[in-house]
Design a protein around this ligand. Structure first.
Ligand code: GUN
Ligand code: ZN
Length: 447
């Protein structure tokens, strides 16, 4: 007997919809923004089926559908975090060091604990809950060298129904022995994880060599061999974040033209590759990123916290060869999981470089830009018919000060600007993943 078909699941959200029809670095921000002041989003089985003015779209509501009333709030695509380390959540705000010393002193001892699968499961649960509290529905996530850290992460993401990209860190040199694999073991463990998780239940695998100094050329070659087997796989690593790191890579790989070239020679520069940071790159590197479809993750709170340098966002986005770019929190070097805080610090870094980061550009980076960086913009990153219903609800009056400032707003752009400068997790009224509510600020329920 064939089982009875399951009835469709409907949901609908009413509020001020803000989303994008294009890249505001390449067109006037006002033209890139799409908004509906009293809008309705209708969702069936996790996908958006109707978007438009409430007065018209409400006629498409399937009978019996409850409308969640978010009038006074903005309905946005969920944020996309293009670079973050879930195991580093417990060591956020570690004092005093820059990148290489910070890794030795704080990061490696913290990551050691993920040999314990139960600990990994506890931190994965806490991390994903925090991410959703910040309105982020998709992230490209580093686990640790331990395969069980990946199983723990994807297990919890599957339970929540979030779309996540993650992978086991590869490190076969210049790391403590308790965190080292070998080129072959890293390859074998990654292959098994790909088979277990990639493409299942909204989970996607990223081959994850930590960075050039902690992988031998042989390990990078095998990472490239893994990627060559399946063009849908992701790749993530760190690139040119810190001056001492860049000098070290020059010593370790004297034959490569640049840091990016180390990865390129191994076949790691391609679509769905995400390079964290990319502060110290040259014009040839940017042209190569543009041509290859690989992306950069701009991680403002991390770059400021570690004193790494000032990402040249407006150079990277230059219309003559724009590079796919999203925002990354880079926890635990980053100081907040909230992309509102990433936007805040990105604005200040742009100011230091003599540029104005328009609020529409900032919100685009946090949503559609991030989705494009991951080549997932056909599924996530905008509020539009056919997209996965991954959404966040932003409350511009979350605190007394924000309410005061919001009273002064005379445009949607100004409302977005006040949110990105003053907002944080308190500004996220609710979060939806695949059409299901997974966070509600004002309810005590755990999801
Ligand atoms: N470079 C290599 N590993 C890391 C890491 O864990 N965090 C940051 N920010 N940079 C890195
Ligand atoms: Zn990082």
């Amino acid at each position: 007997m064939t089982p009875a078909p399951t009835p469709p699941v409907h949901a609908a959200l009413r509020g001020h919809i803000v989303t994008f029809r294009g890249n505001p670095f390449l067109m006037p921000p006002a033209d890139a923004l799409v908004e509906e002041a009293d809008g309705l989003v209708v969702i069936t089985n996790g996908r958006i089926t109707h978007v438009g003015p409430y007065s018209e779209t409400s006629t498409h509501l399937p009978p019996g559908t409850d409308v969640a009333d978010y009038r006074g709030c903005l309905i946005s695509a969920g944020f996309v975090d293009t670079h973050v380390h879930y195991p580093q959540l417990p060591m956020i705000a570690a004092y005093g060091e820059q990148l290489l010393e910070w890794l030795e002193r704080y990061t490696f001892p913290t990551e050691r604990r993920f040999a314990d699968g139960d600990y990994a499961a506890t931190i994965a649960r806490t991390f994903l809950r925090e991410l959703l509290r910040c309105g982020t529905t998709t992230a490209a996530v580093y686990c640790t060298v331990h395969p069980q850290s990946v199983d723990a992460f994807f297990t919890e993401s599957t339970r929540l129904g979030t779309l996540m990209v993650a992978g086991k860190v590869l490190m076969d040199r210049n790391a403590p022995d308790f965190l080292r694999d070998t080129a072959q073991r890293g390859y074998d463990e990654s292959r098994a994880l790909i088979e277990r998780w990639h493409g299942r239940n909204r989970q996607f695998y990223a081959v994850t060599p930590r960075f050039a100094p902690t992988s031998t050329p042989a390990q990078l070659e095998l990472a490239g061999a893994l990627l060559a087997q399946d063009e849908t796989l992701f790749m993530q690593t760190h690139l040119a974040e810190n001056r001492a790191e860049v000098a070290w890579v020059k010593e370790l790989y004297p034959d490569s033209r640049s840091y990016l070239d180390v990865y390129d020679r191994a076949g790691l520069v391609r679509p769905r590759s995400v390079m964290g940071h990319g502060i110290y790159v040259d014009e040839q590197d940017l042209c190569r990123c543009h041509a290859s479809g690989c992306a950069l993750a701009h991680c403002p709170t991390s770059n400021l916290f570690l004193g790494s340098g000032a990402f040249r966002l407006f150079d990277v986005m230059d219309a003559k060869r724009p590079v796919r770019t999203g925002l990354g929190t880079d926890i635990g070097a980053g100081t907040s999981l909230s992309h509102l805080q990433s936007m805040n610090e990105a604005y200040k870094i742009a100011q230091m470089n003599g540029h104005r980061l328009h609020p529409v550009q900032a919100f685009w980076l946090a949503t559609q830009g991030g989705a494009q960086a991951l080549h997932l913009d056909g599924r996530i990153g905008t509020v539009a018919v056919g997209m996965d219903a991954d959404l966040c609800i932003l409350d511009p009056k979350a605190t007394p000060l924000q309410a005061l400032r919001t009273e002064m707003c005379d445009s949607t752009a100004d409302l977005l600007f006040s949110l990105m400068m003053l907002g944080d997790d308190r500004s996220i009224r609710a979060t939806y993943a695949g059409g299901t509510k997974v966070h509600d600020r004002d309810e005590s329920a755990t999801f």
